[in-house]
Design a protein around this ligand. Structure first.
Ligand code: AMP
Length: 273
């Protein structure tokens, strides 16, 4: 694996996996998927200040550079791109606006978050010109916004969705999990239990009620939202919505965790390993 500091050192046409580092098996699964598609796989690590709405969260974001190199190399990344701030944000960069979908759910909690996400992804795309880019379903709202961005301005870049990788007890892997104590880590499984109960419910109302009930039984978990949405537009789903997805977000001792699950088990993916 070659480590580069500038996209100028990289040819066009790779399969690209952007990340913020603190890599884990979830990221590795994206790298491995990329490698099945191409011999030219670029992963980037850039902790994007624009998508953090508070400096404390940015400061506390985990950084594990040595381990990152090991994980990326082992999972088949051929080029690891570690951009400097000035490559991504030279003086004259216009911030992109994510639009109404960027203001709901995760965007309502973190003002400007998705503007920061679409801005950095468009900068990365401009600098690298990949053939395809892979994003995790774990961040479903982000994936939806990136699909919209590509449809509007990057039609030649194929956006690929990768399934969520989970621990054996269902907890979705996340860089933020490192910040949980053992008790909090155990409490975090409430999210997966709520999502699977929702998926097994007979209708939307009981799914929503069950998610709230299960989350309220875990005193350490502070629920922000638990909802069933229409995948197309994030409107609240009804029983006749064809593509329904349960989404949950909340805090464990100040650490924000998010997860989601498609409601139709025939097409959904639990990803439990
Ligand atoms: P991040 O470093 O958190 O910005 O994530 C980089 C990419 O990895 C994003 O496309 C995420 O959706 C994806 N990702 C994060 N966690 C997981 C997971 N548990 N399973 C699959 N993909 C993930």
């Amino acid at each position: 694996m070659k480590i580069v500091n500038s996209a100028a050192e990289l040819a066009d046409g790779c399969v690209f996996v952007p990340t913020m580092g603190a890599l884990h098996e979830g990221h590795a699964s994206l790298f491995k998927l990329a490698r099945t598609m191409s011999e030219f796989v670029v992963a980037s690590i850039f902790v994007n200040p624009l998508q953090f709405d508070n400096s404390k969260d940015l400061e506390l974001y985990p950084r594990t550079p040595d381990r990152d190199v090991e994980i990326a190399g082992d999972a088949g990344v051929t080029h690891l791109w570690l951009p400097q701030q000035r490559e991504i944000y030279p003086e004259k960069v216009t911030t992109r606006v994510a639009g109404p979908l960027g203001e709901m759910y995760e965007g309502a909690n973190r003002i400007g978050h998705f503007d920061g996400v679409v801005t950095v992804v468009s900068r990365l795309f401009d600098l690298l010109s990949p053939a395809s880019a892979i994003f995790g379903e774990k961040d479903f709202q982000q994936l939806t916004l990136i699909n919209a961005l590509a449809k509007e301005d990057y039609k030649s870049i194929e956006i690929i969705a990768a399934p969520t990788i989970r621990e054996s007890d269902g907890l979705a892997l996340s860089s933020r999990n490192i910040r949980l104590s053992e008790n909090e880590r155990n409490a975090a499984t409430v999210i997966y239990r709520a999502l699977t109960a929702a998926r097994e419910s007979k209708n939307i109302n009981s799914a929503r009620a069950l998610m709230h009930q299960i989350c309220s039984q875990e005193p350490l978990f502070k629920l922000d939202y638990a909802e069933i949405i229409d995948e197309e537009n994030f409107a609240i789903a009804t029983d006749s919505t064809s593509k329904q997805r349960a989404i949950i977000a909340g805090w464990l001792n100040g650490v924000r965790l998010i997860d989601n699950m498609q409601m139709n088990p025939a097409t959904g993916n639990t990803g439990v390993r």
